[in-house]
Structure formats: structure tokens, C-alpha cells
Design a protein around this ligand. Structure first.
Ligand code: 6PG
Length: 258
């Protein structure tokens, strides 16, 4: 990576519907900037509270970010870091579809990330059982009171071309659930069931970052970051945290935004 690209600042910073939209010339500049920001947040959290609880996004977009973070020139407090997953496909950890497999190959399997405490959603289990067990693991690890929700320090998310985030797809049952941290979610259009954190869980995060790169995301971003609010139609709009949600876009994805 050229020295110049290592610190390329955003080309635009916008406010949209209470969120912050940070736009970069290309994915490489975005990933480098976000990785550095994430490393600083992780260190600050460990300094302040002794640990950093970080929820990973699945899909393909975050893979470059994970590789950049594992790149070696950034030091994260891995031994004090708890890594969680916002959602998972109902497959085993070695399946090409597995979000865990992607994150492990890109980052978690590399030294020194191996020092982190990784909480894997067990996609190979019965989905209802896996959701109950993961929720119990969150309650234990975060020492939650009955009915409480975890305030993860940073939750990473992507957005699908239909406006879904995590595995909260339009028209799926999980969207309406408000009294669970993690649920199994049948997704008819994919003819599958997914495991996913719920909207209240995502909204309790101390920070939520949503990543979208490439021209194929331009249309949905124009909708979800536009004036119309419809979280049933576009579930990603349901993610609203105490701090402004931060959208990380490249110019190709931001093309539809004035
Ligand atoms: C998943 C993700 C999902 C993803 C979006 C965007 O398990 O697939 O949790 O919500 O973030 O579908 O996916 P891409 O990054 O591949 O565009």
C-alpha cells in the first residue's frame, strides 16, 4: 500500500437522518481509515473498562477490513477483546458460507488475534437451540440482568441490496422481536434459516458502523439514506444507537447521494 494511501482522508462527510456518512475515494482508503479508527476505539475501551466487545459483520464487504486489521502494523488489545457475531448462516464453521470462517481466515486465525476471546454462533446446531445458547453466552459474558441487552462497544454491519442488515431481512419474523438478544430467523426468499442479533440488540450497541462499497449498493443507499423512513421495508433503518450510526462508503456506493 503506498504511503499516500495509508492516510487518505474522507472525500465527503455528510449528515443523513441522524447518521454520519463518511465517504472515501475507494475501498482501500476506507478500510485503512476505519481500521485505524477501530484500533483506537479498542484501546480506549480497554483503558476505560478493561475490555473491548466487538460484533463482527458477515458477508463479503468486511473481509478487506479484517485483513487490514490483522495486517500487523496496528496493535489491538486482543487479549482483552471479546469478538461476537451479528449473524451467521446455519452451516458449520468450515462451510464456505460461514461468516465465522470468513472472519477466521481474514483475521481471527492470525497471530496475535488468536489471543481474543471469540464467541462463535454455532450454525451447525439446531437454529432455535443455537440462538438460545448464544443469547445465554452473551448474558453470561456481559453479566446482564434479566431482560437486559448488551451494550457492545462496536457493532459492525453491512447492508444488502434489499436493505437488510445482519440477517434481518424485510418481511421476516425476527424484525418484530423485541424481547430477545439473538433469534433464529427463517428467510423464505433464501429458503433458509439464519441466526441473527435482533433490532433492540443492535440499537443497544455503543457504536454501530455500517459498511457499503461498490456501485451495486448505490441504489439501496440512496433509499435508506434518503428522506423516507420505513424500517419494515428497509430493516437497516431500524438500527439507531445513542451515538449517531456511522456509514462507511466509497464514492461508488455513494454515487446516488447528493
Ligand atoms: C451476511 C451479512 C449480511 C451482509 C449483507 C451485505 O451474513 O451476509 O450479515 O447482512 O452484511 O448481506 O453483504 P455483502 O457485504 O456481501 O454485500
Amino acid at each position: 500500500m503506498s504511503a499516500a494511501s495509508e492516510h487518505r482522508a474522507p472525500t465527503r462527510v455528510l449528515q443523513r437522518s441522524g447518521a454520519l456518512v463518511v465517504v472515501f475515494a475507494d475501498a482501500e482508503a476506507l478500510v485503512d481509515y476505519a481500521a485505524r479508527e477501530l484500533a483506537m476505539i479498542a484501546s480506549d475501551c480497554v483503558d476505560e473498562q478493561g475490555r473491548f466487545d466487538w460484533v463482527l459483520a458477515g458477508g463479503s464487504t468486511p473481509e478487506d477490513l479484517y485483513r487490514r486489521i490483522a495486517g500487523g502494523d496496528l496493535s489491538l488489545p486482543w487479549a482483552r477483546t471479546h469478538v461476537w457475531f451479528g449473524d451467521e448462516r446455519c452451516v458449520g464453521p468450515d462451510d464456505p458460507q460461514s461468516n465465522y470462517r470468513m472472519a477466521h481466515a481474514a483475521m481471527l486465525g492470525t497471530a496475535p488475534a488468536r489471543a481474543a476471546t471469540v464467541h462463535r454462533m454455532k450454525g451447525e446446531q439446531d437454529p432455535a437451540r443455537a440462538a438460545i445458547d448464544y443469547e445465554a453466552e452473551i448474558r453470561r459474558a456481559c453479566q446482564l440482568p434479566a431482560g437486559g441487552f448488551p451494550a457492545f462497544d462496536l457493532t459492525l454491519l453491512g447492508v444488502g441490496e434489499d436493505g437488510h442488515t445482519a440477517s434481518l431481512f424485510p418481511g421476516t419474523p425476527a424484525l418484530a422481536i423485541r424481547d430477545r438478544i439473538v433469534v433464529e430467523n427463517p428467510v423464505a426468499k433464501l429458503a433458509t434459516t439464519r441466526l441473527t442479533m435482533t433490532i433492540p440488540t443492535l440499537c443497544h450497541s455503543r457504536r454501530a458502523w455500517i459498511f457499503a462499497v461498490g456501485a451495486r449498493k448505490a441504489a439501496i443507499l440512496k433509499d435508506v439514506l434518503g428522506a423516507t423512513r420505513d424500517a419494515a421495508r428497509w430493516p437497516v433503518q431500524g438500527v439507531r444507537t445513542a451515538r449517531p450510526v456511522v456509514w462507511w462508503l466509497d464514492e461508488a456506493a455513494a454515487a446516488g447521494m447528493g
